[in-house]
Design a protein around this ligand. Sequence first.
Ligand code: GLC
Length: 398
Amino acid sequence: MGNLKKSIFKLLLENRREAKEYQYTVPSPDSYPYQWLWDSCFHAIILTHYNTGDAKKELLSLVAKQFTNGMIPHMNYWQEPEKTNFPKIDWGKEDSSSITQPPMLAYAVWQIYQKDQDLEFLSNIYGHIKRFYDYLLKERDPRGHHLVSIINPDESGEDNSPRFDLPLNLPPKQTIEENYKKRLELISKNHKCNFDAPFCMKNFFWAKDVPFNSILVENLKILSSIADKLNFDEESEYYHHQASLIKEAMRSLMLEDGIFWSTYGKDYKKIKVKTWAIFSPLFAKVATDSEAKNLIKNYFLNPDEFYLPFILPTTSKSDPAFDPKGFWRGPIWISTNWIVFKGLKNYGFEVEAKYLLDCSIKLLEKSGFREQYNPLTGEGFGARNFTWGGLIADMLEN
Ligand code: GLC
């Protein structure tokens, strides 16, 4: 494992970029040569196993581009790379996008603090993270129903996931181009909205995604611990309470027959598409023990669903949208493996967690640091020198 840990650090160093006094890591030099929000949180989590100083710099560059309303954009364009095949989109902004991504920020901050107990860092970054979560709680839940919405599939981090076919009005079998066209149309509507979420963008796409809300619950609990550490007692209580409210709302509005489904529209229509997202509530302990057991027995360990030659596919083999080469419609991504790994650990599924880790290592050994992997063959796809395989360094320490 020593060699694997070394090659992960080498990759992160190669993908490191500097701009003015800031430092960040690009997910892949050719395909993704900018800074992304949840990627940088993953990078910081990985870097805590090597050097917390670098982990802090990764997050400080991220929050440097926070909007005045608290939103943190999902992409920051610090500088133009020499060459890239990344199709740049007009988000109506010079140096960043206008949408966000799954809120893994408090988690990354807390992991850094766990490693080096640097209270000064915690105190310096607290204002930023607080404003980010306040933004999500207010602007993305204007009716106060305690589930936050995303306004574009890309905000989920899973651009073409079949979870969003219904709200986008697309069939389960589709091309990547058809999906991309729909998402571009959405962005042009959002332009006309001036990217105002609660009053305008919600008319075009407004989905309550299970992983986004699960990640939010876990991060609000952590934000409460951070506030407590800084002696902000009332704020600590407030965030803890918000986490429980979202957990309850997930249980009452998303749960049916033991599975949490993402929903869309005003009346919470459930999107019954089986993706890895059904396991994401385990990350935030939103499911009961018996719900977790059912998910593992009937879905995780079921060869007709998710237990394929390589795991964990992002879409179940039994779903009509399943495509082992379809980006987020089947291939394995190490980030989602990491989230499920943490969830399995939360419920004591040690054997399954170890198997998921071993499988992730096997993929890396077989196909290198790729963006995604075919769950039937282990073949690597998409971006090369992609950083997320580095999350294995974190899984190995657990
Ligand atoms: C792809 C992924 C997204 C990620 C980005 C940069 O768009 O779908 O989750 O943040 O690449 O790695």
